[in-house]
Design a protein around this ligand. Sequence first.
Ligand code: 5GP
Ligand code: SF4
Ligand code: MG
Length: 465
Amino acid sequence: CGVFGVVGVTDAANFVALGMHALQHRGQEAGGIITYAPEGGFSSAHRFGLVRDNFTRASLMETLPGTIGIGHVRYSTAGSKGATAIRDVQPFFGEFAMGGAAIAHNGNITNAEAIRRELIERGSIFQSSSDSECIIHLMARSIQKNIPERMKDALRRVEGAFSIVAMTRTKLIGVRDPLGVRPLMLGRLGDGWVLSSETCALDIIGAEFLREIEPGEMVVIDAKGIESFHPFEPKKPRFCLFEHVYFSRPDSILGGRSVYETRHQIGVELAIEAPVEADLVCPVPDSGTPAAIGYSQQSGIPFAMGIVRNQYMGRTFIEPSEQIRNMGVRLKLNVNRALIAGKRVVLVDDSVVRGTTSMKIKEMILDAGAAEVHFRIASPPTMWPCFYGVDTPEKEKLLASRMTEDEMCAFIGVDSLKFISLGGLYRAAGEAGGRNDASPQYCDACFSGDYPVAPTDMIVKGFAL
Ligand code: 5GP
Ligand code: SF4
Ligand code: MG
C-alpha cells in the first residue's frame, strides 16, 4: 500500500490526491482520503479503483475541505482480497473522547488476529477485515489523555511492519515500526509538511525531501512545528530488500540510494554472475528494465525493447484473483516480433513468484521465432511468503519453494534460467561487503526464510518456519 499526508496547505485533499496518484504502483484496488476543516469537521471519501478515476472529480474533491489530510492507496495483503468490501478501504477513522483521528497503514501486522480475538471478547466491534483496524481499537482502550500518546500505547502492542500516516484535527502523525520494514518520507511544502511512502510523491507536488522517518520513530507535526519521539525499544533496522528490487518506483530514493541505481547495478551483478552468449538483452517491462540496461552495459550485448507493454494496464501481480492474473500477462505485454525472430534473447525480469509471467513470456517469445531464450532474474528465488505487506502467495505456490533452479528452467522450458545471488543483491543495494549473515542489514525473508519478526498469526494457523 501507499500512504500520504499533508498539513498546513490550502486544499490539502488536492495534494493528497496527487501524492496518491504518484504512489499508485503501491496499490491499485482502492483509495481513500480523510481531511479536516474547522467548519465541517472530518470529511472522508473511499472509492474502489484508481486515484485518477475518482479523486480528480471536482464534485468529489469539493466534499473534502481542509488544510490537513491523509490518503491511502490499497493493495490487499490482509483482510478481504480485491475490491470486495469498501469498509476495508483506508484511512480508518475513530472518534475518541479528545476528538477524532484517522489512520492510514502500510505494512502488515503479524499479530493482528490475536489482538482482534482478544478485543472482540472484550466488547470491541470491528467494522472491517483489515489487520490495520486493530490499531484504532487499541487506541480506544488506551487511558492516555491525547491521541499521539494513545497511538504509542496501541503500537507498542502490535508486531510486524507498519509505516503509518495519521491525523487529528490539528496534527499530522507519522510512525515507522522499529525495524523500519516499509518506507516513510518527510517533506516540506512551503510552510506545510508532507509524509509519504516514497519520495516520488514529494516530487509530484514540488515538495522538498527532508529525510526519512527513522525506524522506530514517531513524528507529530502541527502549526508549531515537528516533534520527534522514539516510543519503542530500539532494534537493528531491517528494511524490505524487495522495495529496492520491485515495489518502489525507480525514481524514488530509499536509504539515501536511488532505486534505479540499485536495479541497474543488479543487472551489472547478474551479467558478472550469470553471463551468456546472446544477441539481445530485453527487459520484461517495466519492472525488469533498469536491470536489463545494467546487464546489457556490463555484457556488451545490445539492449532492445523486445517486449512492449501496454501502458494502460496496471501491475499484473497486484490483481488478486488467479484468473485475472493469468490473462493479465497477455493483456499487458506483447512481443515485438520484428526484433525477436531468429535472435538469442536474454530476458530480464525482477522476480519469479508462481512462474505465471515467465511461462507466458517464454511462449510469446518462442512464438515470435526466437532462437534461444535465457531468463535472468533480478532477485534470488522467492521461496518464502512475505508477512510484512507484500502479497506473495503461500509457500506451496511459490515455484522456487518446490523446485531447484535447474528444475524451474526445465519447467518453464527455457535454454537457461539464473537468479542473482543474495550476496549479489546486497552488493547492488550498496552493501559492498554483501550480506552480514550474523546480523543482516535488510529483511530478506522471502529469499532466505530469515523472518525478523515471528509471524505470530501465521504460526497459530500452522505455518512452519
Ligand atoms: P509470477 O508471474 O512469477 O507469479 O510473478 C512474477 C511477476 O510478478 C514479476 O514480473 C513481477 O514483476 C511481478 N510482481 C508484481 N508484484 C509482485 C510482488 O508483490 N511480489 C513479487 N515477487 N513479484 C511481483
Ligand atoms: Fe520485503 Fe521480502 Fe521481507 Fe516481505 S519478506 S518485507 S517482501 S524482503
Ligand atoms: Mg513484472
